[in-house]
Every structure is written in C-alpha cells, then in structure tokens.
Design a protein around this ligand. Sequence first.
Ligand code: DC
Length: 230
Amino acid sequence: MAQPMVVAIDGPGGAGKGTIAREVAQRLGFHLLDSGAIYRLLALASLQQDIDADDSQALVDLAASLDIAFPTQGPHAGEVVLDDQVVSQAIRAETCGQRASQLAAHGDVRQALLERQRGFRQPPGLVADGRDMGTVVFFDAEVKIFLTASVEERALRRHKQLMEQGVSASLHDLLQDMQARDERDTQRASAPLKPAEDAVIIDTTAMAIDTVIQTVMTRVQSSASTNGDV
Ligand code: DC
C-alpha cells in the first residue's frame, strides 16, 4: 500500500520552517512533525537529569524512554509535553537549542530518534520540518523543500520572535549562537544539514511569508496531481 504523502521542509534555524510547515499542514489538513522539538526535548531532559552532552550511551537510553506528547486536542492542545509537564516555552530557550545541536551530532542518538519520527507519517499525510527530513528520515518524501535565508536575517527574525514573547536577547549574541549552530549542524558527520538532491531551494531572505507558502503549496499540488494523491 502507498505510504501517506510527506512534505519535507529542511533548513537552518530561523529560516521560517516552523511557520511555513504549520501553515502548509493546516491548509492541507495534514499532521505536523516539528523534529527540532524532539531534539530540544531530549536536550531539556538531559539537562534536567544532568546527563553529559557527550555521554552518547546515556543519551540513547534517555531517547528510548522519553515520554513526550504533542497533543492536538484537550487542555494542552498545541503544546509540547514532557513527562506530563508543558514545556513549550522551556524548549525554545537558546540553551536548549545549542544543546539540541550538540546532541544531534551523535549518530547513535539520531538513530535512536529515527523510528519515533517516522511514526508521525499517518494518513492523510505529514508536513515534517527539520534538518534531515528530506535526506534521511523521509528520504522518499514526495515534496522536498530547503528553506534558507542569510544568517543576519535569521538572527533578526529570531530576535523579533523573542521580543514578541517578552524575552530580552542581544542581537549580537543571537547572531553568534546562530553561526555556531549552523557550523555544527552543517559540519557533523551524521546526517549534516544540506539540501536533498531533489529538494527545491527557496531563499526567503527578501520574501514575504505568504509568497513562500504559495510556492510550497504549488509544489505540493503539482506533486499530488502527478501521483494522484490529493
Ligand atoms: O529546528 P530547531 O532549531 O528547533 O532544532 C534544534 C537543533 O536540533 C538543531 O540545531 C539541530 C537539531 N536538529 C537536527 O539535528 N535534526 C533535525 N531534524 C531537527 C533538529
């Protein structure tokens, strides 16, 4: 039987993946996987349990036992839940992002999270965002998008997002953190951040969000009509 359709959206932090993925999933009525949240949850749990960022065996064990949920209904709808605690805000902290990027460099940790991510591929379809959705996790995705933007623009967007949430942050520090994370995510040996060979690359630096969404929707529609999916 044919697998449910996957729209894979990869790219560096701050390129707009989350916003675009959420909107596209909503328009299509598809499920949504924010794979970065899974790495961030592992990061948060490892901090809470005082596990060293280089102790890959302890991290693999932790990944296997991680009790996480992304409820779509009920009192915690739309939140990220770890061990029955809402941690949606906590995992967005820059310390969690940096640590997630460190943990994500271990090949065996990535392997331990692979099936959990693939489990999100459920009918009628999935929009998945991250770093290796189109290259590894859903290498057979029908639509692969690679979103990018200049690092300065991405730092500005992250800054604006944090200000809107009432979190103060220095633009200079954000830019440095983002450069460090880009470096680690693209240089790691295991599933480095790079566009899949068959990905459509969209540079969003000077693009309005609506235009990006429309570009992605057009790719999905043309893929669906070729495959008779939607
Ligand atoms: O997308 P994000 O900023 O929430 O991701 C946090 C970190 O998790 C990112 O710096 C690298 C890692 N990550 C990954 O290696 N692979 C993914 N598919 C998603 C995130």
